[in-house]
Design a protein around this ligand. Structure first.
Ligand code: SF4
Length: 236
C-alpha cells in the first residue's frame, strides 16, 4: 500500500511512483483500453494511459482537489484537467485569478505553470463513467495523503471540486493533520470548513460539462471561489 507518511520523499519521486501504479485492476484495464481505442478526434495521438500525478507548485499555498482524470483528457495528455472541457473552464478561471500563467491547458508541454497552486485528484486513474468504486478510492487515497504531507508546510487552503473530492478530504485530514471535525460537514458550493492547524476547505461545484453547460457553475461563480480561496490563502 502506498501509505508511508513517515518517509514522504520528494514530490517528484511521489509523482514518478504514482505514474507506475497498477494497484487497481479495473482502472488499469480501463485506462489502457481507452488509450488503445482512443476517441476519433485524437486517433493520431499517443495516449498517456497511466495514472495522472499532481501538477503545480511544490510550495503550494492553495490546492485544488478534483475527482479523477478524464478518459480523453488527463488520461490522454498525462496532465490533470488537461485537454478537456473541464480543464478549459478551470484554467481560464485560474488565469483570471492570477493562479495560472495562461488560460488554456491543452498538452503536457504547452508551457502552463501555476502560481502557488497545486492541482490533483482524489483518484489518479481515469475511471469508467467517472465513478471510482469505494475500494479504488481507498486504495488511491494514500497518494493524496502523501502529497498533502509534502506540501503541508505551505498549504493553507484546499478547494474541493465536487462532493467526491470534498468527501476524500476528511480521511486525508485525519491521516496528515490528525484533525477530524466533530460532525459531518456537508458539501455545498461555497461551503467553508476551517480549524486551527489544518488547511481551510472550500467547496466548489465540479467544473464538469454537466455543471458548466447547464449554468449550474458559471465563470462568475468560479471567480468568486478563487477570490475567496486566495484571500484565505493570503495570496495577494
Ligand atoms: S487509481 Fe490510484 S491506486 Fe489505483 S491504480 Fe490508479 S494510481 Fe494506483
Amino acid at each position: 500500500m502506498p501509505d508511508d507518511l513517515d518517509n514522504p520523499d520528494d514530490l517528484d519521486l511521489l509523482d514518478a511512483e504514482i505514474c507506475d501504479c497498477r494497484l487497481c485492476p479495473r482502472l488499469v484495464e480501463w485506462r489502457e483500453q481507452v488509450a488503445a481505442t482512443k476517441r476519433a478526434a485524437f486517433r493520431d495521438q499517443e495516449y498517456w494511459g497511466r495514472p495522472v500525478p499532481g501538477f503545480g507548485a511544490h510550495d503550494a499555498t492553495l490546492a485544488i482537489l478534483g475527482l479523477a482524470p478524464a478518459a480523453h483528457g488527463g488520461n490522454r495528455t498525462g496532465r490533470i484537467f488537461t485537454g478537456d472541457r473541464s480543464g478549459d473552464v478551470l484554467f481560464a478561471a485560474m488565469h483570471r485569478a492570477g493562479l495560472a500563467n495562461q488560460p488554456t491547458s491543452v498538452s503536457s508541454d504547452d508551457g502552463l505553470s501555476l502560481e502557488r497552486t497545486r492541482i490533483f485528484a482524489a483518484v489518479r486513474c481515469a475511471p469508467p463513467d467517472n465513478k471510482p468504486t469505494p475500494a479504488e478510492r481507498d486504495t488511491c487515497a494514500p497518494y493524496l495523503h502523501r502529497e498533502l504531507a509534502l506540501i503541508r508546510p505551505t498549504l493553507r487552503v484546499v478547494v474541493a471540486l465536487g462532493g467526491f473530492a470534498w468527501a476524500a478530504f476528511w480521511p486525508a485530514l485525519r491521516a496528515v493533520y490528525g484533525v477530524a471535525p466533530a460532525r459531518k460537514v456537508p458539501f455545498g458550493h461555497g461551503a467553508l470548513w476551517q480549524a486551527d492547524g489544518a488547511p481551510a476547505l472550500l467547496g466548489c461545484y465540479h467544473v464538469s460539462q454537466q455543471n458548466t453547460f447547464t449554468g449550474r457553475l458559471t465563470p462568475g461563480m468560479l471567480d468568486e471561489v478563487f477570490t475567496r480561496a486566495k484571500a484565505l490563502a493570503g495570496i495577494g
